[in-house]
Ligand binder design. Structure first.
Ligand SMILES: [Zn+2]
Length: 436
């Protein structure tokens, strides 16, 4: 087809050129130009036609392939319908309940299976289903029976129960965490401005990735199991090889320092995120600390349970890490230890608005918060050079841990949706711990 079009146009053009040639030599030259143009136009038209033909052919082939794939699926759809029918009329559930009746202690897996089937048959608000899931959770050891726990948690959530679902249980695409290659993205848990090291998202709780980039390869880490703190070094070498890692067990002897730290925190709209590793409050610009007069902007603060830092070997109930950054990109973390005691009104406000499940940042409509609400009155501190306390464990982070603690009620600790999100203490490796 392409060839035919070109030949026809070529012939017409030659006739035209010939006619001009008889009368005017220059006219002939002009005709040659026209000939070239016409040939090019013809080739272009032919190319488009060929492309369209190819596209149609490809589409036809795809249709044929899809038809072939559909055939066996129809069989599966029928099977599924049969299974669904058996569940709906309760036959399957009755069979299973009879089979399990003689067994006194059902395994966690069977509890989950039974709970799921009860829920499918009797609906999401079925108390027997909820009881099964609860039993499964009680029976399960975290880590080695993760799938069972996940199934029970998801089952309870589906039944409308308030339950925190572990980050590990959520589908990969929704999580999109820890991607090392998402360097220039705003980190979900990190600061907004971007640290000098692209991985230095915060003092270490950041996923190195953003919710908006689920297509990026996710590097997973957690506080237990196969990607727990002992294994972080596999994916994040600094976590294992670094010589000034955080957190520390803070104990003497201390070196006296004249460093002065002052805070200047401002009230602003409350924005929180559950990033699957902690609850983090993203702070609007304007709040800062000064370290010997040098301003460090407060980016975010977040919580660990129990406190990552230990004092003379003892952890506190929780710790708040206020993460700051100077204009030069130097990170500084102010740690406030939370001790079990009276209710903390600041935390009451935060907990009332925190997202219980991992997801994007949530704006608490009409709620303002001043981070200063979480500070003690006294400002004596321990200080040392450390690192992010989560992957990638980047070093060069100055820590100031306040000696004065603030209270947190036992119930408030219990309401924090992460049971344990603290990295174990790290080797001192000859570092000085200073005190003012
Ligand atoms: Zn932290």
């Amino acid at each position: 087809m392409k060839r035919t079009i070109i030949e026809v146009i070529l012939a017409l053009a030659l006739v035209g050129a010939g006619a001009f040639g008889w009368t005017n030599f220059k006219g002939n030259q002009k005709a040659t130009g026209q000939l070239t143009e016409l040939t090019a136009a013809a080739e272009e038209a032919a190319k488009t036609a060929t492309q369209k033909e190819a596209a149609i052919k490809a589409a036809e082939e795809e249709m044929a392939a899809l038809r072939e794939e559909m055939a066996p699926l129809e069989g599966q759809v029928q099977q599924l319908a049969a299974v669904k029918a058996a569940m709906a009329n309760g036959a399957t559930l009755a069979d299973l309940e009879t089979a399990y009746k003689s067994q006194k202690n059902l395994s966690a897996e069977r509890q989950v299976g039974l709970g799921a089937l009860r829920m499918l048959t009797k609906g999401a608000d079925n108390p027997a289903a909820i009881e099964s899931f609860r039993k499964a959770l009680q029976l399960s050891e975290l880590g080695d029976r993760k799938n069972t726990i996940c199934a029970a948690q998801i089952g309870l959530a589906a039944a409308g129960e308030k339950v925190a679902i572990m980050a590990d249980c959520l589908p990969k695409a929704a999580k999109a965490e820890g991607a090392k290659d998402a360097k220039d993205e705003k980190p979900a848990h990190g600061e907004k401005a971007g640290a000098k090291d692209e991985n230095a998202k915060d003092d270490g709780h950041g996923k190195a990735d953003d919710k908006k980039t689920p297509e990026k390869h996710a590097v997973h880490w957690s506080y237990d199991g196969e990607m727990g703190p002992e294994r972080w070094g596999k994916e994040f070498p600094t976590c294992a090889k670094g010589k000034s890692q955080s957190p520390l067990d803070i104990r003497g002897p201390f070196v006296k320092t004249r460093t002065v730290v002052t805070t200047d925190y401002k009230e602003g709209p409350l924005k929180m995120i559950n990033n699957g590793h902690t609850i983090q409050v993203n702070v609007p610009p304007g709040s800062k600390i000064r370290i010997d007069g040098v301003p460090h902007e407060l980016l975010q603060f977040h919580f660990h349970r129990p406190s990552e830092e230990k004092i003379d070997g003892k952890p506190m109930a929780m710790v708040v890490h206020f993460v700051h950054k100077s204009a030069e990109g130097k990170l500084a973390v102010l740690g406030v230890l939370l001790k079990e005691g009276n209710e903390n009104p600041g935390i009451k406000t935060l907990w009332a608005n925190m997202p219980l499940e991992e997801g994007p940042e949530v704006v608490a409509e009409g709620v303002n918060f001043n981070p200063a609400n979480l500070l003690p009155r006294e400002f004596d501190f321990y200080s040392y050079e450390g690192s992010l306390t989560t992957p990638p464990c980047t070093e060069g982070v100055r820590f100031f841990i306040l000696k004065s603690t603030v209270n947190v009620a036992k119930e408030q600790v219990a309401a924090f949706p992460f049971k344990r999100n603290a990295r174990p203490v790290q080797e001192l490796n000859g570092r000085e711990i200073t005190t003012n």
